[in-house]
Design a protein around this ligand. Structure first.
Ligand code: FPP
Length: 257
């Protein structure tokens, strides 16, 4: 009993502590380790993804509770199509069922759902469900939940360059007018601020083609925890770690002070 009380007190402390310091506006997460989590339990990889959806719920709830403005989750990459057919099918099924199940919660919590990536080439049922939920939640303003789906940063940049080139060809914009703002406006993430904190679970320390432009000045946080085990406490720890960093954006410490 005593142990439980101490644990609850520590948990509360961390939550309270991070609330009193500047929070990241935009958190992005590479949710990794579902397969290894399942394998460690003698189960199929899809079992890991099923449990991963519970961790998605926790992360969203925690971000809303903290007042985080934007949460971006790497849910399916352009490279993930190369996984075994059953796994891809399961991920698509989980996506559809989560969207159906969570639409009311998104509405109740005033969360806007957006997709980053070429969703037009997702399976029609996924596309339909996604567009429906995005349309229904488009005026919500407490937090944007961005699902990176059929997303790859190189694909995003290629798409962006093509769009800009088309506009130059049609004399809609001139080469001289191309700057960071114009590029931002042509990315899948067009209405999002830069990522402040990028978290990757499972012990891997790489970016895997995720938001390469948007993380230019993000603080990177890697944890060994597998995604299905990632709790609110882990998120608080990541944020507490972020709050200890000095973000210099190319300036010196002295200039910041
Ligand atoms: C990486 O773990 C995880 C994914 C490729 C998919 C993430 C999907 C979910 C958490 C479930 C559905 C999501 C939503 C938004 C409802 P991995 O399979 O690469 O794990 P491993 O590295 O241990 O093999």
């Amino acid at each position: 009993m005593e142990k439980i009380l101490v644990f609850a007190a520590i948990k509360m402390n961390l939550e309270e502590r991070i609330k009193h310091q500047p929070l990241p506006r935009h958190i992005a997460i590479i949710m990794d380790g579902n397969g290894r989590w399942a394998k460690g339990r003698g189960k199929l990889r899809v079992f890991g993804h099923e449990n991963g959806t519970k961790a998605v719920r926790t992360a969203v709830e925690t971000c809303v509770k903290l007042g985080i403005e934007h949460l971006t989750l790497y849910a399916f990459s352009t490279e993930n199509w190369n996984r075994p057919k059953l796994e891809v099918k399961t991920l698509m099924r989980l996506l559809i069922s989560s969207l159906k199940k969570e639409i009311d919660t998104l509405q109740k919590n005033n969360i806007r759902l957006q997709a980053l990536g070429d969703i037009s080439s997702m399976p029609p049922k996924v596309f339909q469900e996604l567009t429906q939920v995005m349309e229904a939640t488009k005026s919500n303003s407490t937090m944007t939940l961005n699902l990176a789906l059929n997303y790859g940063s190189r694909d995003e940049l290629t798409h962006c360059m093509r769009e800009i080139a088309q506009k130059i060809k049609k004399n809609i914009i001139s080469i001289e007018k191309i700057d960071e703002t114009v590029i931002n406006e042509h990315l899948y993430s067009r209405n999002l601020p830069d990522v402040d904190l990028l978290i990757r679970t499972s012990g891997e320390q790489r970016i895997s083609n995720f938001l390469l432009w948007q993380i230019a000045y993000a603080e990177l946080y890697f944890t060994d925890v597998f995604w299905p085990d990632f709790t609110d406490q882990h998120l608080y720890e990541a944020i507490a770690n972020y709050q200890k960093r000095e973000r210099r954006f190319g300036k010196t410490s002295e200039q910041l002070n």
